[in-house]
Design a protein around this ligand. Structure first.
Ligand code: SF4
Ligand code: FES
Length: 573
């Protein structure tokens, strides 16, 4: 294989590799701004400069020319090269800022030039703490500024669209944002206007930046020029913990990071998974963050009255016992595979029919990219457990037949879904696991059990492409237990790692009094004399992966951060 020598170390490469990405993949940091692996390479920020050259060859023989020590002689390019656009070739010698003073000086000079007109407003800039310009200026830039003149002024606080705000003075003209709308979202809504040091990105006159993927430019922007309207000035990045998990926004299974302060989800950003969402997510999937914080229940109820958990479980078990199998179980495309699996077992334990689930798929409502026709995240998980979608007509007829005494609903809302009406369930006892006080079935529940949402539990979703992906708890719940604490992420929640109950932002109400299904379902099963003894959700999933071929290989360990494509694993098994 061809070889390149970087700072004296030899590496093999594939023809076509570009130097900057090659270095980044091997942990060799080279400062850069305009380069992004999913965008074209304009090489316009000039930050990634390196010294590079090719081995000298004898013109007559084509043989390598060697010095007196037998080492190849290198003909260096007369100017420093942008590593983002430099294609590797055999024998190329490269010197980065780590072993070449000239390169380090050029990078520092470039940063000084960039900072000439950049406002030094880091203390009030939302990007501070996660700003590539701030970080790289600190690591590679000059100490202080020699610029003693008035900086160029440009528009500030420009509302480009409903979700994105521009501070043009902070822009370093990397063009990542404009390339995103041209090459990725293809809305073509942003372009650079003006010339020289007065240019900045803008929409066409009269046009609103309403690209449904607009907030991805805020992630791409290497400075604080583009910020998300909903998150501006909500929290500093170092005050929050972030947890890698999966979004419950529809069937695509978008990989995300949940950002938490004082146990509230404040921001959701995309997490790289090239097999699912690459680097992107739709704006709508970010703007759902309030659903994890707002309208959450304050503990279980029995007969509409506040209860403790033990009494609620007792009552649920009593209702199931006295129904003698005359129970309709509804699973949920919003609940995890593990919780639905336990529901299947609970239905079998009381002698009822296998659970069905409520399908939310609306053909044509998606966008053929990251907005799915299915607003629920785990329809595939239900299907692979053998559940079928409930037919509202048959379901209503079954309840009307007078033979059903209890309706058991796991983490769904059949009335809001239009599958059942209040009349359909009058005269029938209802046991409901629910996320929100706005659940329309809640008013009819005899036993209501607040359920942990995807940001509070451990479990598995299977996306519409058949990829099993693992949820991690991003925030704490009132009854935090060891299984939840052991999961990555939650141990860093703001009230846990850095905070104390005496911090002024601490609010006990932000810890919801709810239970994950893998806690509440076994608690009920135990009262029915059918114990489900699992150490943790990983053990439940291990049993599922072992016993159900459609989940072959999908253990929590195998899923890790990027998930498992089930069909492929299934074939291998
Ligand atoms: S606004 Fe940000 S992403 Fe867009 S060109 Fe300027 S620095 Fe780059
Ligand atoms: S990253 Fe290479 S020129 Fe900008």
């Amino acid at each position: 294989m061809p070889q390149v020598i970087i700072d004296g170390q030899s590496f093999e490469f594939e023809p076509g590799d570009l130097l900057l990405q090659f270095c980044l993949d091997r942990g060799i940091e080279i400062p850069h701004f305009c380069y992004h692996p999913a965008l074209s390479v304009p090489a316009n920020c000039r930050q990634c400069l390196v010294k590079a050259g090719l081995p000298a060859r004898d013109r007559a023989t084509g043989e390598l020319v060697k010095d007196e020590n037998g080492n190849p002689v290198v003909n260096y390019f007369p100017k420093l090269q942008t590593s983002c656009s430099l294609e590797l070739s055999d024998g190329m010698a490269v010197h980065t800022q780590y072993d070449e003073e000239l390169v380090a000086q050029a990078q520092a000079d470039n940063l000084e030039l960039m900072l000439i007109n950049h406002p030094l407003d880091c203390p009030i800039c939302d990007q501070a703490g996660e700003c590539p310009l701030q970080i790289q200026a600190y690591k590679y830039g000059p100490e202080g500024s020699r610029f003693e003149f008035e900086k160029v002024h440009k528009p500030k606080r420009v509302q480009l669209g409903p979700n994105v705000i521009l501070d043009a003075e902070r822009c370093i003209n990397c063009t990542r944002c404009t390339r995103f709308t041209t090459e990725v979202s293809k809305s073509h809504q942003l372009s650079i206007i003006g010339r020289g040091d007065t240019n900045y990105p803008m929409t066409a006159p009269g046009q609103v930046f309403d690209d449904p993927y607009s907030m991805n430019v805020c992630d791409l922007c290497p400075v604080g020029a583009l910020t998300e309207d909903y998150f501006r000035f909500k929290a500093r990045v170092w005050e929050m913990s972030s947890t890698p998990s999966v979004s419950d926004f529809g069937g695509k299974g978008i990989n995300v990071d949940y950002w938490v302060r004082d146990n509230h989800i404040l921001r959701i950003t995309p997490r790289e998974n090239l097999a699912v969402n690459e680097y992107w997510m739709p704006d709508a999937a970010r703007l759902i963050y309030e659903r994890y914080n707002e309208n959450r229940p304050k503990g279980p109820t029995v007969g509409g009255n506040t209860s403790d958990w033990e009494a609620a479980y007792d009552e649920a078990a009593n209702l199931l016992k006295s129904a003698n199998g005359k129970v309709v179980f509804l699973g949920s495309a919003f609940a995890t595979v593990e919780d639905n699996y336990l529901l299947v077992k609970l239905a079998a334990a009381v002698g009822a029919d296998a659970p069905q689930y409520i399908s939310r798929i609306q053909a044509g409502s998606g966008d053929d990219w990251l907005i799915s026709d299915d607003p629920a995240p785990n329809t595939q998980g239900c299907e692979r457990l053998g559940m079928s979608p409930a037919d509202p007509v048959l379901l209503k007829a079954k309840l009307a037949g007078g033979d059903i005494e209890v309706l058991y609903v796991l983490e769904d809302d059949p009335i809001a879904a239009g599958v059942l009406s209040a009349d359909d369930i009058s005269g029938i006892k209802v046991i409901l696991h629910h996320y929100h006080t706005t659940n329309e079935t809640l008013a009819h529940a005899d036993v209501a059990l607040p359920a942990a949402m995807c940001v509070e539990t451990v479990g598995t979703y299977v996306n519409e492409a058949g990829r099993a992906q693992r949820l991690r708890p991003a925030k704490m719940i009132r009854s935090m237990n060891r299984s939840l604490m052991m999961e990555a992420g939650v141990g860093q929640s703001r009230t846990d790692r850095h905070g104390t109950p005496f911090d002024r932002w601490f609010n006990e109400d932000h810890q919801i009094d709810c239970q994950p299904g893998w806690e509440s379902l076994p608690a009920i099963a135990e009262r029915l004399g059918s114990p489900m003894t699992y150490k943790n959700p990983a053990a439940i999933m291990a049993e599922i992966a072992e016993s159900i071929p459609a989940f072959g290989g999908a253990t929590h360990k195998a899923m890790d951060l990027l998930g498992v494509a089930l069909e492929e694993v299934g074939e291998a098994v």
